[in-house]
Design a protein around this ligand. Structure first.
Ligand SMILES: [Zn+2]
Length: 528
């Protein structure tokens, strides 16, 4: 075989992302495409990567990312590309970078100024314009957040839209889809998404369906009411016909771990009736979110300004404590919540500690501490909840309708993104799946693991030119040493890149070489 290649990957074990068995082969790349897979003997004077002993896989696709703003802060996308990711889908859980209007726009402007990011867009169209002008080391696609759409039209009001308002929301959604969004996401535990009734979501999903997009949903409840919440997602999918993704599927809280088989049955039944529903999951038993999600929902109604007022009102504070009597007194409960990041310097020492630990040292009731902290931090405190079961996690990852997704924004060891104690999944999701679930306590083969990180999400998104290694497709390729691959990020020491990922190509350009970032920014903005 002799042809013109810019680059040849020699002698690696090609695991092509379809789930088929790996085989030793060479891959020839011309410009940004894979042009040949087989045996390449005649070595022209092109660049050669020796991949002997390594797995050559499609670049990993992180279908559940939250890098919406941070990729503009750190185009090299370090934590993700060092974990083998070449494409991420942002805009999950109802929260996206567009559309932004009114208080939502002000809020984001203010919030990201300290990262040096100037938010100079408001509409979906303007955002995509900015995105196209920006550079990135990896490819990126976007969902539009239902929360954004709702906040732009109804603010943070707890009510249903009237006819005109619904029409306005539909227009925002259409604008986003026309601009290139892959679909819509919802975050039904967060305001304002939590104020939406099922019918509103069905109406909007009918539009997503028109564009053949996906609906990714952080369902209304992942614990006590998970069956109802999952049934709602299935119903939305059934009524609108939309292609649905249940985000970070889990059974939250020890008393709900036993629901695992019921959950699987609900989804299996829906799928057997032809409902297009799949899930993603990260390989950790802790979740990361905002601390105030533990409060009764009336506390955060109307946005953070209102929330702070309520936290400062002694009578309302008493009411919160009364309503949370059950959790309030459980030392075990507070021991499962770890502070991951705060804004005020004086509270930084709490990062990496559980609320139970802090409250013991301060000799204060944990809930009192939480309310004080939220007040001081303008209601913005990120936490990690250790709320899930290892056994269930292994089961879930192995379910045929589950793919891998980090549920995290990118981070970096350098610059402003190296702050706090973020959930390690933003650094280690993909290498951890291989290290833990293929190498150490195997639940599936390397081929199946790779499929869940590449071919499967690509198929879900309708990405026809990525996700598998095939002649004619984009040369997004991750080359790793299966024997040594491991995540290095931990809960107490999260800012570490994964090891064992040797080379990463994005659109044909070698971006990670021998584990080092080359500074190449060859990613593309992907559009539906
Ligand atoms: Zn979520």
């Amino acid at each position: 075989m002799s042809r013109n290649f810019n680059l040849i990957i020699k002698n690696g074990t090609v695991v092509d992302g379809t789930g088929c068995a790996g085989r030793v082969a060479d891959i020839g790349i011309q410009d940004d495409k894979i042009t040949y897979i087989g045996s390449i003997d005649n070595l022209s004077d092109c660049r050669i990567i020796d991949a002997a002993g390594c797995v050559v896989a499609p670049g990993f696709i992180d279908i559940h990312s939250h890098s919406d703003f941070f990729w503009l802060v750190s185009p090299e996308s370090e934590s993700k590309i060092h974990d083998g990711v070449t494409t991420e889908i942002c805009g999950n859980c109802g929260i996206s970078a567009f559309p932004l209007k009114g208080p939502l726009l002000e809020n984001k402007r203010e919030g990201f100024r300290k990262f040096g990011l100037d938010i100079n867009w408001a509409t979906a169209e303007d955002f995509f314009k900015r995105a196209n002008e920006a550079t990135s080391s990896i490819n990126r696609g976007f969902l539009v957040g239902h929360g954004n759409i709702r906040a732009c039209v109804l603010g943070y009001e707890n009510r249903e839209p009237d006819k005109n308002e619904l029409a306005e929301m539909e227009k925002e959604l259409r604008d986003a889809m026309e601009s290139g969004a892959f679909g819509m996401s919802s975050g039904l535990i967060y305001p304002p998404g939590c104020y939406a009734k099922t019918v509103e979501l069905i109406e909007l999903c009918k539009i997503v369906k028109e564009y053949n997009g996906i609906y990714a949903t952080h369902i209304r409840d992942e614990g006590d009411e998970i069956e109802a919440a999952l049934s709602e997602a299935i119903n939305i999918s059934k009524e609108s016909g939309v292609n649905t993704q249940v985000s970070h599927i889990k059974t939250w809280g020890k008393k709900n771990w036993g629901k695992i088989d019921k959950i699987k049955k609900l989804i299996d039944d829906a799928r057997s009736k032809g409902i297009d529903i799949t899930c993603d999951r990260y390989p950790y038993i802790a979740a990361a979110t905002d601390l105030d999600v533990i409060l009764p929902s009336w506390v955060y109604e109307g946005g953070t300004v209102e929330e702070k007022k309520r936290l400062g009102d002694p009578l309302l504070r008493k009411r919160i404590i009364k309503e949370m009597e059950h959790e309030g007194q459980s030392h075990e409960f507070w021991g499962t919540i770890m502070i991951s990041s705060v804004f005020n310097k004086k509270n930084r020492s709490y990062e990496g500690k559980t609320i139970a630990e802090i409250a013991t040292v301060l000799r204060i009731q944990p809930l009192e501490f939480v309310l004080d902290l939220l007040y001081e931090e303008d209601c913005r405190v990120s936490v990690i909840f250790f709320s899930m079961s290892e056994e269930n996690l292994a089961k879930i990852l192995n379910w045929d309708f589950v793919m891998v997704g980090s549920d995290s924004s990118l981070r970096s060891l350098k610059g402003v993104l190296n702050y706090g104690k973020p959930h390690p999944r933003g650094y280690g999701t993909f290498s951890r799946v291989i290290r833990k679930y293929v190498n150490e306590t195997p639940i599936f083969s390397i081929e199946k693991a790779i499929y869940k990180m590449t071919g499967f999400p690509a198929q879900k998104l309708g990405l026809k030119d990525r996700g598998v290694l095939k002649e004619g497709l984009s040369a997004d390729i991750t080359i790793f040493d299966q024997g040594t691959i491991t995540e290095k990020a931990t809960f107490t020491n999260p800012h570490n890149y994964s090891k064992g990922i040797k080379h990463v190509l994005v659109n044909g350009k070698l971006t990670i070489k021998d584990g080092k970032h080359e500074g190449v920014v060859n990613g593309e903005i992907l559009k539906k």
